[in-house]
Design a protein around this ligand. Sequence first.
Ligand code: FIX
Ligand code: ZN
Length: 414
Amino acid sequence: MPIENEAQLKQTIWDVVHRTPVLDIHTHLYDARFGERLLWGIDELLTYHYLIAEFFRYSPMDCDEFFDLSKREQADLVWQHVFLENSPVSESARGVLTAIGLLGQDPRSRDLGAFRRYFESKAIEEHISDVFRIGNLESVVMTNDPFDEVERPVWEDGIPGDSRFKAALRLDSLIISWDDACKSLKEWGYKVKARLDKNVYTEIKRFLVEWIEKMDPLYMAVSLPNDFDFSDKSNTAKLLHKVIIPLCIEANLPLALMIGVKRGVNPAIKLAGDGVGKADIKQLEQLCREYPQAKFMVTYLSRENQHELCVTARKFANLMPFGCWWFLNDPETITEMTRMRLELLGLSFIPQHSDARVLDQVLYKWAHSRWIIGMVLQDKYSDLWRTGWRVSPEEIERDVARLLGGNFKNFLAR
Ligand code: FIX
Ligand code: ZN
């Protein structure tokens, strides 16, 4: 049925955005094979590092004392300070309430005990299926580190996983702290040494090819500090140029670059202590120019980098901007970034990833992002409507499917 008026247009967009399944391209979630690596439940939600940072805004408690507590005790404290003694208006706090609400719990009760009992009553397999169904998720991409002691044996066993969880080969352990990685590789029988040379590159490539076979990743990924210099003589830069990018080209895998984190700005609060810095876009321009056959998926952590990322993506089809990462994942910034990307890039980008570390977080992250993507699209299609252009429901479905998964799949297939 053709769309007759603007009100119908808006309703169609809203419905389509909500009924189109999402492919979540970057999470820290794991399928049930990975045991303790898969976090879920109310205590994990409350002790998310985003909320721990907010807890320390309110509480004068000593950091070590906090981290010595059990997870449940930490969760009690976050609940007390961030939810009860102050209203939970921040994005991360509201998110917990959206998530438990979507799971059928009543946030009005403020009954942490009841929320705990709800999660305790569920088996993980059942819960995974509930979250995928309620969140309308097609699949999620994990963050897989071949150096992780819990992950390694699972991959080595080769037992098939849950097909809703896809792999991404994370390179941080290998290329950010090469000296440590080198020791492990030696123990595992690779002929490597701290000083990089041709033979070492060959061995690292052999290691990666083996892990690509084990994991069948959709892409390789690394997170880099804002001041990372791709052109200097650091081990990380050398490994990127000599091994990683050539292998990505050979294996036709995109390289996801997550740029802009300042690790350990306040190490006392652990994961919550990472900060942000603006990066130099010239570095990315150079990379896209130097390697036209490579495919780069890029997200910057700094808000200040977002406009230039769009402009750079207009120059290079081998560059795919993705997601509103971490400190940018709040409604105000998602709105701004999604609007800007649509206006500068049309539909040719990946608007969001959840970065969920706790299974239940996908519920709120995607609910909140779907609301925003829906609203921004309503505006953009209304602008179109006013030019006289008419879109069909099928065209809206096509466009939204691209944004929520199709663009990623097409980029992989390029
Ligand atoms: O490097 C990453 O993948 C980051 O997303 C995480 O390390 C970060 O701690 C996070 O959870 C951000 O959302
Ligand atoms: Zn992440």
